[in-house]
Design a protein around this ligand. Structure first.
Ligand code: ATP
Ligand code: LTN
Length: 336
């Protein structure tokens, strides 16, 4: 069982089980999670309540919830060191989410770019949950008195809002929440779509050629990189206007640990074809052990359920403390 200590800082992050995870989710978020497990109190949540802001097929949502948890473990997160759990198993998230809705302004939520993007994509289902999504995210984070939140750059705005909500609440009721900081990786914080390299790679993209998934086969990975959109130039160099090549260089450097300059030198005088093949191979090779471990874990549902159960109980105990404190401050009557 994960040992939580008052001397350590706390880390929280979440991933939605809204699709098969991509190398964007991996390089921007999950790959970095394991680095924290020895020095911080870490909680990593599968945020199924966030996922239903977009219509989900129930059987797929259930399957992906298990898969996301299995991927957390397969990428090196030890459930004995980290609290790995599912959001809907800890009801405090929804309860604090409601309370924070009452401390968040309509105007603030209207400015969120993720809301604008997702409203445009789901024009026939612009539901209230999609709009108030960031207050539930703030609740996830603030419940655990989180110091640091590792996320991709697309979540920066939500983190700023979380900080504003925490500060607003603290200024009315006295110190209640720790005000969290984002942790955005230097490389990989924004992996772009392979088909439209000015857009973020998103796990719910309908164009399969635009996304490389952590669990794609080696052949599929190589084929997708081969088709990646680049430009009419021939030189493998990081530069303005070369979004496709810049993205491939970022991916290559993140998977190999080489700098962008080292990668540019390696491909000097070589064509885009050779470069794309090398990116595909580096990506497939780096992900092979994750895939193998995932296959082993996903076959053991009983183990995954045991992790869900024991870890959510631990999360609940921490979350409940913060929620009780908030309820007391608000003036809710307490009978337990
Ligand atoms: P969806 O397409 O369903 O909105 P998503 O692919 O954006 O999903 P999330 O579950 O919302 O994924 O994000 C999980 C984590 O992965 C977040 O920290 C997010 O910032 C990060 N992330 C997602 N896409 C990318 C990307 N293309 N590059 C870097 N980080 C990313
Ligand atoms: N909003 C995030 C997922 C998410 C999250 C969180 C990330 C939900 N709750 C708490 C960090 C901390 C997303 O859409 N990527």
């Amino acid at each position: 069982m994960a040992e939580f200590s008052n001397d350590k800082k706390t880390i929280f992050s979440g991933v939605q089980p809204s699709g098969n995870l991509t190398i964007g989710n991996y390089l921007g978020a999950i790959k970095n999670f394991a680095e924290f497990q020895d020095e911080y109190n870490c909680l990593y949540c599968v945020v199924d309540e966030h996922a239903i802001t977009v219509r989900q097929n129930p059987a797929e949502l259930r399957r992906r919830t298990y898969e996301t948890l299995a991927l957390y473990i397969a990428t090196g997160l030890d459930p004995e060191k980290n609290i790995l759990y599912v959001q809907s198993h800890v009801p405090c998230h929804a309860e604090l989410g409601w309370i924070l809705n009452c401390y968040t302004m309509f105007g603030e939520l209207s400015r969120m770019t993720q809301f604008k993007d997702k409203s445009a994509k789901n024009a026939n289902n612009i539901n209230a949950g999609l709009f108030t999504y960031p207050t539930l995210m703030a609740a996830d984070i603030l419940l655990y008195q989180t110091d640091i939140v590792p996320v991709g750059v697309d979540q920066k705005q939500h983190l700023e809002l979380t900080r504003d909500i925490a500060e607003r609440f603290n200024s009315v009721y006295g110190e209640t929440f720790v005000v969290p900081e984002p942790y955005i990786p230097k490389h990989g914080a924004k992996i772009a779509s392979l088909a439209e390299p000015t857009k973020k790679m998103s796990k719910s993209d309908e164009n399969e050629n635009a996304v490389v998934r952590i669990l794609d086969s080696k052949d599929a990975i190589i084929r997708k990189f081969k088709r990646a959109v680049t430009d009419s130039d021939t030189c493998v160099k990081y530069a303005d206007g070369k979004d496709g090549i810049n993205n491939l260089l970022t991916i290559y450097s993140s998977f190999t640990g080489k700098t962008i300059e080292e990668a540019e030198r390696e491909f000097e005088g070589k064509g885009y074809g050779d470069f794309k093949l090398a990116v595909g191979e580096a990506c497939a090779d780096a992900l092979a052990p994750v895939r193998a471990e995932f296959d082993r874990l996903i076959a053991d549902k009983a183990y995954l359920e045991a992790v869900m159960k024991s870890n959510s109980e631990q999360a609940y105990r921490i979350a409940r403390k913060t929620l009780s404190k908030v309820q007391r401050k608000l003036g809710f009557t307490q009978i337990r």
